[in-house]
Design a protein around this ligand. Structure first.
Ligand code: IMP
Ligand code: MG
Length: 181
């Protein structure tokens, strides 16, 4: 995979888990599912930065109904590699959530702690509905306490990078999803 090594600065990846074609096809399906799921009302697509930035850019272009887009930045305190479950909002969207359908877009659901906390915060703002669209779901827990209504792919229990996902801020730009190993 010499072209992969050029992109990663020489760091080998174990395998490509989802390639560009698979991702594009699934994102098109998700866009159609989302279009069908919201026949009326205002739909605000809220991307959770930074991991969702590429997915969100591709996804909204497959949604064939009016949408507005904003972003959230969450910061979690505690151990660096493990979700502490103590999530705060570092950037809060200026957009009013009241009475709108909110679709929170996340890169990957791992422990689910991030989503549990964020959805609780967002629910306090009285949206008309609140749902989550995650590109990847590790299925480590059955109930994240939030409606993860749209999922791109079930993910293996590995550390994945690319298509927005990082390791120490690297690899977000890879056009595929890889097992870093
Ligand atoms: P959770 O709170 O444990 O569900 O953590 C979710 C967040 O951890 C995601 O938004 C990612 O930023 C990060 N994360 C979890 N698993 C991975 C992975 O395999 N690769 C890269 N980031 C991950
Ligand atoms: Mg991350």
């Amino acid at each position: 995979m010499p072209e992969v090594l050029r992109r990663t600065g020489g760091h080998p990846v174990k395998s490509i888990v989802f390639d560009e074609g698979q991702i594009a096809a699934r994102v098109r399906q998700l866009g159609a599912e989302i279009t069908a799921a919201y026949p009326d009302g205002d739909l605000l697509v809220l991307g959770l930065l930074k991991g969702s930035f590429i997915f969100l850019g591709d996804l909204v272009r497959q949604i064939e109904r009016p949408v507005t887009v904003d972003f959230l930045v969450a910061s979690s305190y505690g151990a660096a590699r493990v979700s502490s479950g103590d999530v705060r909002l570092a950037y809060d969207p200026c957009t009013d959530l009241e009475g709108k359908h909110i679709l929170l877009v996340e890169d990957i659901v791992d422990s689910g702690k991030t989503l549990v906390q964020l959805t609780a915060l967002l629910r306090e703002r009285n949206p008309r509905s609140l749902a989550v669209c995650a590109l990847l779901h590790k299925r480590l827990i059955a109930d994240v306490g939030a409606e993860v209504r749209f999922v791109g792919f079930d993910a293996p229990p590995a550390f994945l990078v690319g298509y927005g996902l990082d390791h120490a801020e690297n690899y977000r730009h890879l056009p595929f999803i890889a097992d870093l190993a």
